[in-house]
Design a binder for this molecule. Structure first.
Ligand code: PMP
Length: 339
């Protein structure tokens, strides 16, 4: 039996996607499994094109922007962004753990200001996975390109890509599995990399080589394709967004009405994706143990913050999964009151 997996990422995948992977593991094309086909094979080149166009379709990416398939995760992007875009300085708006990490890394390459000061770009983290904080309105950048880390929120809501200079995300939360990093870059921002930029991190070189300058992460790209087709079948990002809103509304509403649980993030900032919950009697270890007995996993919070639990509501988590979790939380609260 599959458990209820609320992990922070990698996270659960839709069951249809897992079944398709299983089928193609042994025989995908020409009697070869999907893990085994050579990176210069026409099937792989076609796969890269197909997945790129699926992403363009699902996110309505305009022609002004280029899609790049990269590696190294959100962490590598912390270097890649300044290497490709920074002249002397850049502005980093700090809202939590990940944007802070991005700013620290960027400071190796130039001056980092933590306010909008007219640097080469303004960097934000759309959804702070650790702190459970999400942007509801974009900051004013006065024409300076906006660069956004969407590692935990890509494809969870409709966005207007034209408002961003760069959108980047690692794939393992809402776009498949670890190993693929995507960057959606406004074309006029490609071609300005610092001389020291490693070739494999240089967006111009990657773009000219159709995301295959080095061996592309074929399997994660293939899985991303399956996830994107699943999103299309589910009614597109608009439907996914409605479902995500419903899921997080249900959970926050329950937590706000409870005596045992509370949500520390202010209403205006609350993430729909990573829900931070406090247990007012501090029974965190017991809560996690009891959750396991109900086949619920992945609820532990970050060790860098005060004790809390974190419920990660990525796209593959269904409304039924959230109902199951809320029922467990209700029972747990009831049992604590009896003791
Ligand atoms: N940014 C955000 C918002 C994240 O949630 C994460 C991963 N949890 C990262 C960056 C780092 O991504 P990776 O581990 O794939 O390098």
């Amino acid at each position: 039996m599959r458990s209820y997996n609320f992990s922070v990422g990698p996270s659960s995948l839709p069951i249809e996607v897992l079944n398709e992977i299983k089928e193609n593991l042994f025989e995908w094309k020409d009697g070869m499994g999907v893990l085994e086909v050579g990176c210069r094979d026409q099937h792989v080149l076609s796969l890269i094109e197909e997945v790129k166009h699926l992403l363009i379709d699902v996110m309505s990416i305009p022609e002004t922007h280029e899609v790049l398939f990269l590696q190294g995760g959100g962490i590598a992007m912390n270097s890649m962004v300044p290497l490709n875009l920074m002249k002397r300085s850049a502005d980093y708006i700090i809202t939590g753990t990940w944007s802070n990490k991005s700013a620290i890394e960027a400071a190796k390459y130039g001056t980092v200001n933590t306010f909008v000061s007219g640097g080469s770009y303004v960097h934000i983290c759309d959804n702070e996975t650790v702190d459970g904080i999400e942007y509801k309105e974009l900051p004013e950048t006065y024409g300076v390109p906006l660069v956004a880390d969407f590692s935990s929120s890509i494809l969870t809501k409709s966005i207007d890509v034209s408002e961003y200079g760069v959108i980047y995300a690692s794939a393992q939360k809402n776009l498949g599995i670890a190993g693929l990093t995507i960057a959606i870059v406004r074309k006029d921002l490609i071609g300005h990399a610092m001389d020291i930029t490693p070739s494999v991190f240089n967006w111009k070189i990657v773009s000219e080589n159709n995301s295959s300058y080095n061996t592309p992460p074929v399997f994660p790209i293939y899985v991303a394709g399956l996830v994107l087709k699943w999103i299309q079948r589910s009614g597109g990002v608009e439907e996914i967004e409605k479902r995500n809103k419903l899921k997080s509304d249900m959970l926050y509403e329950f937590v706000d009405s409870s005596d045992l649980y509370s949500a520390p993030v202010s209403l205006k900032q609350r993430s729909r994706i990573n829900v931070i919950i406090n247990l007012n009697d501090n029974s965190y270890d017991d809560f996690l143990e009891e959750a396991k007995k109900s086949e619920i996993y992945g609820l532990f919070g970050s060790k860098f913050l005060k004790p809390h639990i974190r419920v990660n509501l990525y796209n593959s988590i269904s409304v039924t999964d959230v109902e199951y979790l809320i029922n467990f939380m209700k029972k747990y609260e009831h049992n604590r009151q009896q003791n």
